[in-house]
Design a protein around this ligand. Structure first.
Ligand code: ADP
Ligand code: ZN
Length: 723
């Protein structure tokens, strides 16, 4: 009797398939196995047959043998259930979801050490430009040859040459050195009565090892972090693991520091900037249960925790928790499902919770914990609107006189100011004054954004860059190109002209792309080496700078255009968050919002600090439109390099749409981003009743239609991006 087992093959678009388990090999569900597929050997996960339908049934006699079982803990049942749920809900292949649990194949290998390389400081006798470039970029880097080559943008051979020349040396790194253990008693805070009450509720749920979703709703600076730290302390005492999800990798570093102040050592960090050896070490510690606290971006959600006792989603309203490529999932929602399967409490922390989350509270499904005031003597900042029509900035400038005055006063007091504009680069549009030519991306329906720092025009959608030409490519006129509108770099120029003595910092994903660069920024802020920060949404969240007392929002209307269902809500959240950076300690904060629509409801709500009225009106509007959280949407995007093929397929798909009660299909229409990365895009929008099983309907529907190989169809369930 041979036994057979179903296997989800990771690096493959096909499967799951059945295999024969050879004599003497033990394969339990969740085991990570090596399976043959054609001539290849691929990783897979053994699964319960009844839970994972296979595309084709194969007789026992035609099965191929499994090749081996990896020396790593099997994927546990709660995570297998989560993978199934995610695949089903977001209409993704189970293999694509399972891959997120096993992102490091080296983690599965038995080795105990790895050879990494780092610069020695020696300069080789023969210094080619490539070698010079490598040594400059690798100053304090360490990693395997491939990682160093990538970081330095040179070939592996250049790095190997430098090793031979003695400029780079090999170091032996132990892979599985243990992580320090956080100490819950290291520096316990004195909680305020509100904080204590909230913390107690969380601790009770952690101790009971039961699923319970919480909304920790506290104004900015109310001490939400201190409160959920108590829940983490309880989990550590119980020997169970905690996971903290942050919306942005740039926030990791400040978090690590704060955590170390409270618990005596840093938690395990998981993010895209890890070296392969760090990734492996973290993965193994997570899978063995040794990593008691993990902090990471959304990708940390699918890791194989051995005994998860608590999940925290910090800044839970952030849309960056929504993944927009590969598996289109929302980490906030999947986190709640993981808590359900793991029987662990889930804490969604936010000063500006999403309407979806508030609705769950209203329905009694989530427990709300409120922190109504800032901690200690800190008060919420005062918010004023500046009407850009009544009080415009000077010609060619973007900062209105009243805000200029306020910055003057702030600098005089020796305090710091933050100017917020959610637009990278210098100017969002460049045109020719003579002929009107506008610079557009060749691959996307988007204008090229000027970046003066690197003297390039860049497309923010596909990354295409061009030199800024001296003459107009259309009419050939010289010096006729003008930059239209501001980006942060342009505001920084204006700041330099107005306050030449002030120390400036521009904070965007161009300047802060890793925990290390974020740490450097925090350090400069804390040391007082920055007077004025000019930043995008990257500076709106998480940071705590006691001497930052003024916030200016350059263009509060920016997010309101575009007809996005959540535009007003997002504007409210973003401006509340950035306003929340002001006056977080003993000094009072002030916020100025520059707008063309001071009477708009969202601006009024911000100025009056009346979140409840704003949310009540927004929620009613959603209910009226049957929009989420009352009804649901799914987007189907049909794209191809061949426009006619994309359009035809979109029509064919629309034609096959089921006519059922409870679901309507709109479109196809060209997507607002009609072309993206060289692909023409058409959108269908599915609108369904909450109770309707939209996934099932779409699965049957798309399963019944065929389209050419050059056409790609992606489904986005609960879309956040309507471009
Ligand atoms: P939030 O996350 O709600 O914006 P934080 O947790 O960042 O607020 O708290 C704001 C500031 O107040 C931080 O510097 C934090 O250390 C401090 N703080 C909050 N609660 C306490 C407490 N109970 N004891 C000491 N400091 C506290
Ligand atoms: Zn582009």
């Amino acid at each position: 009797m041979s036994s057979r087992v179903r296997v989800v093959i990771l690096n493959s678009a096909v499967g799951p398939f059945d295999y024969r388990v050879p004599h003497g090999m033990a394969v339990e569900p969740g085991a990570i196995v090596i399976a043959p597929l054609g001539p290849r050997q691929l990783l897979g996960v053994a699964w319960e047959e009844e839970r994972m339908p296979s595309p084709g049934e194969v007789g026992d006699n035609r099965l191929r043998n499994l090749l081996g079982v990896m020396d790593a803990p099997p994927i546990r049942a709660p995570l297998r259930r989560l993978i199934e749920w995610t695949a089903n809900y977001y209409l993704a292949p189970p293999a694509a979801v399972a891959r997120m649990a096993l992102p490091s194949s080296s983690a599965l290998e038995g080795a105990r050490t790895v050879t990494e390389y780092r610069p020695t400081g020696e300069v080789p006798a023969r210094l080619t430009p490539q070698r010079a470039q490598a040594l400059e970029r690798l100053a304090d880097r360490q990693g395997i040859i491939r990682e160093l080559a990538l970081a330095a943008s040179v070939s592996d051979a250049v790095i190997r040459g430098l090793v031979k020349a003695g400029a780079i040396e090999a170091v032996e790194v132990a892979l599985d050195s243990p992580f320090p253990v956080p100490d819950p008693a290291h520096a316990e805070p004195q909680l305020s009565p509100d904080q204590r009450a909230a913390a107690n509720a969380l601790v009770t749920a952690v101790d009971a090892h039961r699923f319970e979703p919480f909304l920790l709703d506290g104004v900015t600076g109310s001490g939400k972090t201190e409160v959920y730290f108590e829940a983490i302390a309880a989990a550590i005492r119980a020997g169970r693991q905690s996971l903290v999800l942050l919306p942005e990798i740039a926030l990791t570093e400040p978090f690590l520091k704060r955590f170390a102040d409270r618990f005596g050592c840093a938690p395990v960090a998981w993010h895209s900037d890890l070296r392969q050896s760090q990734r492996r070490r973290a993965w193994r510690a997570i899978a063995s249960g040794e990593a008691l606290v993990t902090v990471g971006a959304r990708s940390a959600l699918f890791l194989p925790y051995a005994n998860l006792g608590l999940i925290v989603v910090d800044e839970a309203h952030e849309t960056s928790f929504k993944q927009e490529e590969g598996v289109h999932y929302h980490a906030r929602d999947v986190a709640v499902m993981r808590g359900l399967f793991e029987e662990a409490p889930v804490v969604l922390a936010s000063a500006t919770p999403a309407i979806e989350t508030r609705q769950q509270v209203a329905l009694g499904r989530y427990t709300e914990l409120k922190l109504p005031g800032r901690y200690g003597a800190a008060e919420l900042p005062e918010i004023e609107a500046i009407d850009l029509i009544a009080e415009p900035p000077e010609r060619g400038r973007w900062i209105a006189p009243r805000l200029v005055k306020a910055i003057d006063a702030t600098l005089e007091r020796g305090e710091q100011a933050l100017l917020f504009l959610n637009r990278r680069g210098y100017a969002p549009l460049t045109l020719c004054r003579s002929c009107g030519h506008r610079f557009q991306c060749p691959n996307c329906t988007a204008w090229m954004v000027e970046h003066r720092l690197i003297q390039r025009l860049a497309c923010h959608h596909c990354g295409h860059v061009e030199k800024v030409p001296d003459t107009c490519p259309e009419c050939g006129n010289e010096d006729s190109l003008v930059a239209c509108g501001p980006g942060v770099e342009r505001i920084a120029d204006e700041v330099a002209a107005l306050w030449p003595e002030a120390k400036r910092a521009v904070v965007t994903s161009d300047t802060i792309w890793s925990p290390a660069t974020a740490a450097e920024f925090v350090h400069r802020m804390e040391a007082g080496n920055i007077d004025i920060v000019i930043g995008t949404q990257l500076v709106t969240k998480g940071y705590h700078f006691p001497n930052l007392t003024l916030v200016g929002v350059i263009d509060a209307d920016l997010g309101l255009d575009g007809g996005d269902l959540r535009a007003a809500e997002r504007t409210f959240q973003q401006i509340s968050q950035v306003a929340g950076r002001a006056g977080r300690a003993t000094k009072k904060g002030h916020v100025f919002i520059q707008t063309h629509r001071p009477d708009a409801q969202v601006m009024q709500a911000l100025v009056q600090g009346d979140a409840d009225a704003f949310y009540a009106a927004e929620t009613e509007a959603r209910r009226f439109a049957d929009a989420p959280p009352f009804g649901r949407y799914a987007a189907i995007v049909v794209s191809s390099e061949d426009k006619a093929a994309a359009q035809d397929s979109a029509r064919v798909i629309k034609h096959a749409a089921p006519e059922v009660d409870g679901m309507a299909v709109y479109g196809p229409a060209p997507a607002p981003l009609a072309m993206l990365r060289g692909r023409h895009r058409f959108r269908l929008l599915v609108h369904a009743r909450r109770s309707f099983d939209v996934q099932d309907a779409i699965r049957d529907w798309l399963g019944s239609v065929e389209w050419p190989a050059k056409v790609r169809v992606t489904v986005d369930v609960d879309p956040y991006n309507f471009l």
